[in-house]
Design a protein around this ligand. Structure first.
Ligand SMILES: *[C@@H]1O[C@H](CO)[C@@H](O)[C@H](O)[C@H]1NC(C)=O
Ligand SMILES: *[C@@H]1O[C@H](CO)[C@@H](O)[C@H](O)[C@H]1NC(C)=O
Ligand SMILES: *[C@@H]1O[C@H](CO)[C@@H](O)[C@H](O)[C@H]1NC(C)=O
Ligand SMILES: *[C@@H]1O[C@H](CO)[C@@H](O)[C@H](O)[C@H]1NC(C)=O
Length: 503
């Protein structure tokens, strides 16, 4: 939810660098700009929140209008800053902040195209969030949405036929509708990249890493993870074969609908049925249920945990205005996100969580992002972002992993058994299911999107190439043959949300 995450030395054409007035940029100028920017970002966040938590056309119009206002401000600020003498600034903060103002992203497009781009992304997210399918056992009940219905089926059902049916229906309901929109998104985002002097938009998303070798490093880490992933994959395949029998071959990729998650990114759903030591397992979700925890209670636990590490208390607004569970009085996007309204007071979480292990992990994780917001809230708006998305995410990840340790759970009265080798292995196994497949899946999404943005993969091969990568890196295959009428990457949130995938 950042306006700009990129802070690279931008190569401004030298004609712009040379100042007309020769004036040196100073804090007063930046102060003025920052005050204006802060007001606009605040407005934009409020409008975006209103829209994402209540998907009406009226709210979308309002949001798009504010998006445009902010974009036109960014362009104007860019122009104004570039008129100053910037070569000889010695103050590192001024230097960096001015670079951030000079770095335009998609705002560079004409207002019409910028608006269209924002609209396309909203449309894809709305399709993703609101598409409805019918129930396997009851074909006249046709109001199943991703969260909670389809997710529940994937973590609870053990009927292969029901899972395959739901997998196919979900893809039919989302993929084809997103295909043309996605193609248009690729065109527009690439056009913006070229206007900013890049070959294509894939370069954009990597700038914040300020590392020319970032692609090579990712490949390297992906290779290093491979042996562990392969062991996990082989172990799960053998467990699933015991359960589902011959529809899973000993040597072939695993069918993607049997991993406890409609997008096969996090495999926690099959945790309970594939545990190494089921006899030593105590289910956190069960314990939370027995003790009648609500998700807000869990958020209080998370806050205590953060406080015990000398991190900050959550502000009042977090408790007053966050959305922890799906509201039934409106349609909303459920994909979890954290919000900094840029006024130093208002920080919120939006998610559709349940009081189970996943909700426990999620709240500890997302609160970590808010800690980040709180730590940099006194900086100018342009300077308020993590070093990069990956670090931003890692803070939350480290906190949630620590909070899920058996020692901590025991302290909370949420684990009663002995902490021995078996219990530890079970717990580590569940962590592995929620982290390791995700890494491979993100790698697939990244590789595919880079190929698409750079034109190496053309629309007529979108789906084919997608499944090639899924098979190569994830060792998965679709339950039924796919074609180019389908658009399976369109059912992956990270692909359609228009944001950076790498974290
Ligand atoms: C959703 O937005 C509409 C405006 O389009 C508004 O009238 C309605 O009250 C909002 N609903 C909720 C629950 O906020
Ligand atoms: C840019 O400079 C012009 C002329 O000084 C000024 O009127 C305008 O408000 C400035 N724009 C921004 C975004 O600060
Ligand atoms: C649908 O029916 C299957 C058996 O045919 C059963 O195993 C499954 O639990 C049912 N699902 C729901 C959601 O009722
Ligand atoms: C806790 O954080 C405060 C600042 O937020 C700091 O002054 C204090 O030294 C920290 N305490 C410990 C034990 O690290």
């Amino acid at each position: 939810m950042f306006i700009s995450r990129i802070f690279l030395l931008l190569l401004v054409p030298s004609c712009l660098r040379a100042s007309k007035s020769g004036q040196l940029l100073n804090y007063d100028v930046l102060y003025e700009l920052n005050m204006k920017l802060q007001g606009l970002v605040h407005q934009q966040k409020l409008a975006a929140w209103d829209y994402e938590t209540n998907l009406t056309d009226f709210n979308l119009e309002r949001k798009l209008n504010v998006d445009l206002k902010l974009a036109s401000f960014q362009k104007e600020a860019h122009l104004n800053i570039s008129r100053y003498q910037l070569n000889s600034i010695s103050d590192i903060n001024i230097q960096r902040e001015s670079q951030l103002y000079l770095q335009l992203e998609e705002e560079v497009l004409s207002p019409q195209k910028y608006r269209r781009l924002k609209q396309i992304i909203s449309e894809m997210i709305t399709i993703y969030s609101t598409a409805k399918i019918c129930h396997y056992n009851n074909p006249s009940k046709c109001d199943l949405v991703l969260q909670p219905d389809i997710e529940d089926i994937f973590s609870e059902s053990s009927s292969e036929a029901e899972l395959a049916y739901t997998w196919i229906q979900r893809r039919n309901a989302v993929g084809p509708k997103c295909r043309n929109l996605f193609q248009e998104y690729v065109q527009l985002t690439n056009e913006a990249a070229r206007m900013n002097g890049f070959a294509d938009a894939s370069e954009y998303y990597l700038l914040e890493y300020t590392d020319e070798c970032i692609k090579e490093k990712l490949k390297h880490y992906n290779r290093r993870l491979r042996p562990l992933y392969e062991q996990l994959h082989a172990y799960i395949r053998s467990k699933l074969r015991k359960k589902y029998g011959n529809c899973i071959s000993e040597t072939a990729p695993i069918p993607a609908h049997l991993l406890g998650d409609i997008s096969a990114q996090k495999w926690g759903g099959i945790g309970p049925i594939t545990l190494p030591y089921p006899e030593a397992f105590e289910d956190l979700s069960e314990n939370l249920k027995k003790q009648a925890y609500t998700i807000t209670d869990i958020a209080r636990l998370a806050e205590d945990f953060h406080r015990s590490l000398n991190l900050s208390k959550m502000p009042h607004s977090f408790w007053e205005k966050s959305i922890f569970t799906k509201s039934s009085d409106r349609t909303m996007t459920c994909h979890p996100s954290v919000w900094d309204f840029c006024d130093g007071q208002d920080f919120r979480l939006k998610a559709c969580l349940k009081a189970d292990r996943e909700g426990f992990e999620a709240v500890h994780h997302w609160m970590g992002h808010i800690q980040y917001f709180l730590q940099y809230q006194s900086l100018d708006v342009k300077m308020r972002s993590a070093a990069n998305d990956a670090l931003f995410d890692a803070v939350g990840g480290a906190l949630s992993i620590a909070a899920l340790s058996l020692k901590h759970l025991k302290r909370l009265g949420l684990f009663h058994g002995r902490i021995d080798r078996k219990a530890d292995i079970n717990n580590l196994y569940l962590l592995a299911l929620s982290k390791i497949p995700l890494f491979r899946s993100v790698y697939v999404a990244l590789s595919w999107k880079w190929k698409v943005l750079s034109g190496k993969v053309k629309p007529e091969n979108y789906n084919l190439q997608w499944w090639k990568l899924v098979e190569k890196y994830q060792g998965l295959k679709p339950p039924v043959p796919r074609s180019e009428k389908d658009f399976d990457p369109g059912t992956i949130y990270e692909i359609i949300c228009g944001d950076s995938i790498l974290k």
